[in-house]
Design a protein around this ligand. Structure first.
Ligand code: NAD
Length: 490
């Protein structure tokens, strides 16, 4: 049994209340860890120490290269412990080992990316009227509250922690209460590499208390949140008190558009990957498949045949291609959407059930599920299900595809499959979405900005855009001929 503690001011602590939460392996329902269950008081303590650490300048005033060296060291330790941490992530979240191995490699790469970036040229200078010189420098925002969901527990955290620390901020990180195990491993590494006390803190516990305190506290300068759109709305409201800077990476219901002239096998393959990778628990999942009329039936025939062959099982089994959903509550939500789809009159082509055979009855396994004959107003077409459930839509031509694709309150991602390059770009340019793909789905890079239009969020993570979100911009005007202005005569 793992005993998970919080990390504040360089110390490992239990919750002040002494409360703990059982952390469940979603493949078999067994308790794998007991996590300190923090409350508002614990969050306040973490915020206070982060505030003091920031105000001391100990971290923000270090040369960028010195901060970078800590980040490089974290990346190296993540690589050294990748197998151990990936295994824990699989036990905690359920996702297959091949996915957690990928997450670990990506997490180390993210630390290296920001370690490299922070020592590169920055700021701007302007040629203004003599004797003035104007310039701009970037500075850290201050204390950053970082709140993440359970679908990529470690990686979502790293996407925020790496740029926030690189830029010179101090942080209070809150993992999802459902999947806090690997956060503790990351903070063990943060301790090992010697990041000064109080700079990086981790608090666990429920969103409405601990998370809300991070969003509300006047000692926090910025909150960076990844999670559901409803939670994002609540964070925005909580952050108004001190006009906190906010970045929100929220939900999606992304269209994956396949034209008749697409490479058929490639499009089928990515349609599967787009929705069933990570059990469909991906914000940018291609959860709406838009098929051109003339290939609709043939495409679905092949897609369904392949979906039925996906090997669902415990993430620790190397043969597994799709693991369990993250929790019983989430599985129930996904199953309830499948019922909604049936009641709305969509045609269930495959899946639709919980899997209990093969001793899976204690786990939270759901079959890869595909609905056809949907209409745009159906809830399974409009609402984020966040599970292995695909809603298929049929379109007649390019204009129809664009209209259907954009008929959503979300605007996170989208894909287009066609061998006509001009058409691909025309369609992509019309998509109201922040992350797009042509003839592929899902690849993403630490170098490129991540985030959405419309109700999929505010701001961007990753890349230089993600770095900028953790900085303030300061204008500096210098008088190169030090003499009075003479504006007032007396
Ligand atoms: P969630 O919104 O329920 O929780 C996310 C985090 O917010 C958790 O740490 C939770 O404890 C905390 N939280 C909950 N209520 C809060 C409150 N009132 N104040 C402050 N914090 C609060 O989301 P989830 O179920 O953990 O994750 C699934 C959602 O995350 C999906 O909607 C998915 O699309 C989204 N997501 C988005 C991205 C992206 O990059 N856009 C990436 C991954 C996941």
């Amino acid at each position: 049994m793992i005993n998970l503690k919080m990390y504040m001011n360089g110390e490992w602590v239990e919750a002040k209340s002494g409360k703990t939460r059982d952390i469940i392996n979603p493949a078999n329902g067994e308790v794998i860890a007991k996590a300190a269950e923090g409350d508002v008081e614990d969050a306040r303590h973490a915020i206070q120490v982060a505030r003091e650490a920031f105000d001391s300048g100990e971290w923000s005033e270090l040369p960028a290269a010195a901060r970078a060296s800590y980040l490089f060291a974290i990346a190296d330790k993540l690589d050294e412990r990748a197998e151990e941490i990936a295994h824990l992530e699989t036990l905690d979240n359920g996702k297959p080992l091949r996915e957690t191995a990928f997450d670990l490699a990506d997490a180390a790469a993210c630390f290296r990316y920001y370690a490299g970036l922070v020592t590169k040229p920055d700021g701007q200078t302007y040629h203004v009227a003599d004797p003035m010189q104007a310039m701009v420098v970037r500075e850290p925002v201050g204390v950053c509250g970082l709140i993440v969901p359970w679908n990529y527990p470690l990686l979502m955290g790293v996407w925020k922690i790496a740029p926030a620390l690189a830029a010179g901020n101090t942080i209070v990180f809150k993992p999802s209460e459902v999947t806090p195990v690997t956060a503790m491993k990351l903070f063990e590494i943060i301790e090992e590499v010697g990041i000064p006390k109080g700079v990086a803190n981790m608090v666990m516990g429920p969103g409405p208390t601990v998370g809300n305190e991070l969003a509300e506290s006047h000692l926090v300068d910025k909150v960076s949140f990844t999670g559901g759109t409803a939670t994002g709305r609540s964070i925005m409201k909580a952050a108004t008190g001190n006009i906190k800077k906010i970045s929100l990476e929220l939900g999606g219901k992304s269209p994956n558009i396949v034209f008749a002239d697409a490479d058929f096998d490639t499009a089928v393959d990515y349609a599967l990957f787009g929705i069933f990778a990570n059990q469909g628990q991906v914000c940018s999942a291609g959860s709406r498949l838009l098929l051109e009329e003339s290939i609709h039936d043939r495409f679905l025939e092949v897609l369904v045949e392949r979906a039925k062959k996906i090997r669902v099982g415990p993430g620790t089994d190397p043969a597994t291609e799709m693991g369990p959903l993250v929790s019983q509550a989430h599985m129930e939500k996904v199953l309830s959407y499948i019922e909604i789809g049936k009641q709305e009159g969509a045609r269930l082509l495959c899946g639709g059930n919980r899997i209990t055979a093969n001793g899976y009855d204690k786990g939270f396994f759901v079959e890869p599920t595909i609905f056809a004959d949907t209409t745009p107003k159906m809830r399974i077409v409009q609402e984020e299900i966040f599970g292995p459930v695909l809603a298929v839509q049929k379109f007649t031509d390019e204009a129809d595809a664009i209209r259907l694709a954009n008929d959503s309150v979300y605007g996170l991602a989208g894909g287009v499959f066609t061998q006509d390059g001009a058409k691909a770009l025309r369609v992509i340019k019309k998509l109201r979405a922040g992350i797009t793909w042509i003839n592929c789905y899902h690849p993403t890079y630490n170098e490129a900005p991540w985030g959405g239009y419309k109700q999929s969020g505010i701001g961007r993570g990753l890349g230089t855009f993600g770095f900028d979100e953790f900085t303030e911009v300061k204008q500096i005007n210098i008088n190169l001929q030090v003499q009075p202005s003479g504006w007032f005569e007396n």
